[in-house]
Design a protein around this ligand. Sequence first.
Ligand code: SF4
Ligand code: FES
Length: 262
Amino acid sequence: MPEIIVNGERVSTPENAVVLQILRDQGLRIPSLCYHPALSPAGTCKLCGVEVKLPGKQFKIRLSCALHPKDGMEIHTDTQAVHEAMARAFTRLIQYAPESSGIRNLAAEYGVDLGPAPDECIRCRLCVRVCDEIVGAGALVMKKINSEEWVTPREGSRCIGCGTCVNICPTGAIKLKDEGFFRTISIRDETIGRNSLVRCEACGNLFATQKFLSRVEEKTDDHPHVKGHHPYCPTCAKLFSDRIQSVVPVKQVKPPVNGGPL
Ligand code: SF4
Ligand code: FES
């Protein structure tokens, strides 16, 4: 039975055992995606690398799923070289399967940050610009993560829930969801803003966020053709508008002949 040294501890092992399995039996956490105990090793995911030294040789990274123990073999599982090799392997794998939550979750478990999952964003920055320049909320910002730019919520919950970014986005990357009394605006799995909705005082429909209505009130001046600020949704506001009634004459509808359709 060969005796190996794992992180400084002597371990006796069966000769034909697989090092990955020996390490796991010692309670050590080693990631793997391509290993299966019933199959011959393929060494394709490269996640199971550990630092290995044979007597008289140098330490080097070896794939533990494709390695059998040898007397005097020394193994380190928690060194910077091991972590770097693992991070390289995860980075390579995520390029093959960018949307895989399995790879992302496993990487996160081992402290490897692969950055956000891909989204539908083409980095035109329309959302960031409109929120800064027109809405004035400044709720979005471009942030560099893993050498790539991402649209992210700016710190400080600045979103007023107007939905302008959702409307201007040419690809549908930003989502708006009204649920119960709340409106949530998000990109990828990140919430940009969650704001409470208010009811139209005429029809009772939840139609806008309080923060948005307050912003409109704050930003707009009275206009001779527009009524003062009101608690009505756009549909009811139109119905109640003197201006619309005076500009668009009410159509005279003739009664149906012989009870026929209108
Ligand atoms: S989220 Fe939409 S609007 Fe914003 S940068 Fe990406 S594609 Fe452009
Ligand atoms: S488990 Fe995939 S290379 Fe070892």
